[in-house]
Write a protein that binds this ligand. Sequence first.
Ligand code: HEM
Length: 432
Amino acid sequence: MPSTVKNATLLFLGRRIVRARALLGDPAARLLDISPQRDPYPVYESVRRQGVLVKTKMGVYLTASHELCAQLLRDPGFGPLRAGALSPVDSSVEVDGRRLVNPVEESFLVRNPPDHTRLRRLVAPWFTPRGLRAQTATVERVVEEYLDEVAHRGTFDLVGDFAARVPIQVIADLLGVPGADHAAFARWGKALVNALDGVRDLGEMRALHAALREFEEFLDDLVARRRRHPGGDDVVSALAAHDDLSREDLIATTELLLVAGFETTVNLIGNSALAVLGHPETRARLLADPGHADAVVEETLRHDPPVQYTVRVPFEPTEVAGVRIPKGAPIMLMLAAANRDPAVFTDPHRFDPDRADVREHLAFSSGIHYCLGASLARMEGAAALRGLFRRFPGLTAAGPVRRRPSRVIRGAAKLPVATNVTKQHPIVQTIS
Ligand code: HEM
């Protein structure tokens, strides 16, 4: 069977099994089967009520405990899960006779030391506070440019017309993608991000493979150009200068920065804006003090994080919270549920940018895989929120919010807003 068809079939069967088990009441399946339009937090609470670690019939373990999530993320005896044959791009996928690099499976996001350490170190310098200071002015300029474009319209889509445009521009600049290629870069980014939750059919699988193939060709060409003209201060120039770095590692590392830094940040901006639209007292504070944007972004990361969960597997058979866990058994660490653990956060379901312990949240994970772009994401989120409400202090929801069709990534796909109306519209969530 051709690998594309085999992968699509496996993914389709996987989804059928999840649906069947959800109907039978299996907590893991219920979680994976939540409609992205529904509020997932009551389901997380039902898992919490069942115990610190919940064994499910699907062979997956679940935890909503902040303490256990943090412990396992920092435990060197556990590592990330690799989807293997269930990945939409497994190691056998070839397009035009060439194997495709998998942007997630082959990146350092799911690799273990020493490879993880070696690859993360190569790109870490771009994410230090010093490196970021240089980028703040650029991000503020990009925010103002996009707000200029929507200012005359009266209504616009806060996600498509604004939030989605800021991070892609920032990553393109970081990687050193020439301006003429930004539109194609945004298209590849969207194709990769859409596949994060798996692909639904053969058509989507083929579209993903075609986008990856195009992106790889673009990167091969960009790397060749950077090798001919070295010395640039962008990430691709730096990676191209490492002769000992394999083509696969270079491509996977570059693609990881695009995948990890794109949709997550779009949803941080969208979720923070939703929080301000839904909390008049937060809006009043933000208007009086634009510096309050940092606290709003941080509390949004806790209260409604863009990445809802991650997975860890033990390298050896072990015992966790009194439960025997076989080697390689996946434990779903429900980061969004951990962020509302009453053992850590007082009145956890309340949105409160003033809470003192907000930084205890796990929205950026913990341990060696702690989000490399956390400071960049915070800076982008706060700059976007400050700019948005400074420009449009009376911004209001102007139609129903459509949620992203995703369970891992939580946020709005469409958020219509009006800039110059006096009447406040209720924020209504709809099904896409
Ligand atoms: C609000 C925005 C963001 C959120 C919520 C987020 C969340 C996360 C999480 C939860 C992880 C760890 C997953 C795990 O432990 O299994 C992670 C890893 C990572 N993130 Fe982010 N991220 C965001 C923005 C960014 C940005 C802007 C970049 C860079 C441009 C970035 C780059 C990375 C990288 C490279 C990793 C892998 C780190 C490693 O494995 O060592 N992220 N992110």
